[in-house]
Design a protein around this ligand. Structure first.
Ligand code: 4AD
Ligand code: MG
Length: 460
């Protein structure tokens, strides 16, 4: 008999005579003549209740089944006699596939997130993390659906690159050179002897590749892992994270903001609709205001305002911030959160940032002080999206690169795109884990990614 997933079984409209399920024991309690076993197979939050009566030949073993043990159960799906569930499974056979000893680290009590991080290999077996990673999967699907329905093409940008898109220099080196025996030339490491014959890193963003494809296919997006060697010990930074990066030809900053807003609303609405049961778990145990926040994100028009206005609001706020703010300084998380949570009470898009705090590729505005950048800020997180209209004018781009001391020869191919058929184009990067934080109410980014990578931490 073929195994049925519990998620499908629980949606049944009618009783079923013969079914087979496989899963892991969550809890067990015994009465005089029955053993009630709650089994979960990861397909949904809910368990199915197995009723096994004492006439089963291995009943004695059944009544010693411990949490975490694996079973294969065949029997009859029947309307439940007890309260709390519609269906239960009357067992005809309970095959014990493996027994988890009493030392199994996940017991019935609630464990802290800190503890569960130390057993990241087991935490997907808990209700909360099971729900998190089912939502993560649904959300990935929703991203592809959103773009495909709009005619965007999915581009696989390379993970190994030679360029530092963001210009922050926070990159992981990729090399096959023996670190204890480096080849030297003129007092420096000789990368000519390295695998690629030059210095190479893990990508910090797929944007530069995406731009090349937008200038050929029109509307494209990337969705893949990116890497940053920032020494940030915050609840919003990891060294390896996933980024969604749409790039659109024939599109200005306004069109870019429109897409960002539409995408966040679509994704939020999608999860509210498709992951109801899992979301309810977070609304109950993690963030009591979650549904209100998500409804607010899904339905309110995002406020849009220039960086200079944002700075004025912050200065006039009378709030004591840890970091001072004035024109030319980057907004810190405390500033971003004040604006979205307290001042506007909804998501907002800040645009036209000072040239001096943004990367080389952003389009210079006519004031020559600002670039056509935009960041989307949301409650509880702050920046969730960073993007811009790109500098499509070759001369302006070259001047900017000179000012920033960037080696133009390394970017010859990028500059080429401004020589041949260059057009107005725009794009942005959405931090996938930050979106998951927004949607689940989980406050630490380490808890929305299967195996987080942070400074000094890579156990799994
Ligand atoms: O603002 P960022 O640095 O923008 C770019 O990389 C652009 N090249 C994107 C583009 O225009 N195509 O990063 C984009 C987003 C941030 O808003 C944030 O949500 C997320 O990526 N992000 C991180 N998420 C987790 N951990 C980190 N260390 C992150 N750094 C950025
Ligand atoms: Mg940014």
């Amino acid at each position: 008999m073929k195994r049925t997933k519990i998620v499908n079984l629980l949606q049944s409209k009618t009783p079923i005579d013969h079914v087979l399920i496989k899963g892991w024991v969550r809890t067990r309690r015994d009465s005089k003549s029955f053993s009630f076993i709650e089994v979960n197979d990861g397909s949904c939050l809910k368990n199915i209740q197995i009723i096994s009566d004492n006439t089963l030949e291995n009943y004695k073993n059944i009544t010693s089944l411990s949490t975490g043990s694996a079973v294969s159960v065949s029997g009859k799906l029947a309307e439940s006699q007890g309260s709390g569930q519609k269906w239960e499974l009357i067992a005809e056979t309970v095959e014990i596939l493996s027994v988890a000893p009493e030392t199994y680290p996940l017991q019935k009590k609630r464990h802290t997130d800190e503890f569960l991080r130390t057993i990241a290999h087991l935490r997907p077996r808990t209700n909360k993390y099971g729900a998190t990673f089912r939502i993560r999967s649904e959300l990935s699907y929703a991203i592809h659906k959103f773009f495909r329905d709009k005619g965007f093409k999915y581009i696989h940008s390379p993970v190994i690159t030679g360029s530092d898109c963001e210009g922050a220099g926070e990159m992981f080196r990729v090399t096959t050179l023996a670190l204890d025996n480096l080849p030297f030339k003129d007092g420096k490491t000789d990368f000519a002897e390295d695998f690629f014959g030059k210095e190479v890193n893990l990508t910090v963003s797929g944007q530069l590749s995406a731009e090349m494809f937008a200038l050929a296919l029109g509307d494209v997006y990337t969705f893949g892992p990116t890497f940053r060697a920032e020494d940030s010990h915050t609840s919003r930074h990891v060294a390896e994270f996933w980024m969604v990066e749409p790039e659109m030809a024939f599109c200005d900053l306004k069109g870019n903001m429109n897409l960002a807003e539409e995408m966040i609303k679509f994704l939020t609405g999608f999860v509210l609709e498709e992951c109801k049961e899992d979301i309810e778990l977070f609304a109950k145990y993690v963030d009591k205001k979650l549904i209100k926040t998500l409804d607010n994100v899904a339905t309110s028009d995002f406020k849009r305002l220039p960086y200079t206005s944002a700075v004025e609001i912050l200065k006039k706020s009378g709030k004591k911030f840890e970091y001072d703010i004035e024109f030319g300084k980057d907004l810190q998380t405390e500033h971003e959160r004040y604006l979205t949570e307290q001042h506007f009470k909804k998501p907002l898009i800040v645009y036209d940032y000072p040239t001096t705090i943004k990367p080389f590729y952003m389009r210079l505005n006519d004031d020559h002080q600002t670039v056509a950048a935009m960041d989307v800020l949301v409650p509880r997180i702050g920046e969730i999206i960073g993007g811009s209209q790109r500098e499509e004018r070759l001369e302006v781009l070259e001047n900017r690169m000179d000012e920033m001391d960037l080696p133009k020869e390394n970017y010859w191919w990028y500059l080429d795109s401004r020589r041949f058929g260059s057009v107005e184009h725009s794009g942005f990067g959405l931090g996938f884990e930050r979106l998951l934080m927004l949607i689940t109410g989980i406050s630490n980014i380490r808890d929305v990614i299967p195996f987080p990578r942070t400074p000094s931490s890579i156990e799994f």
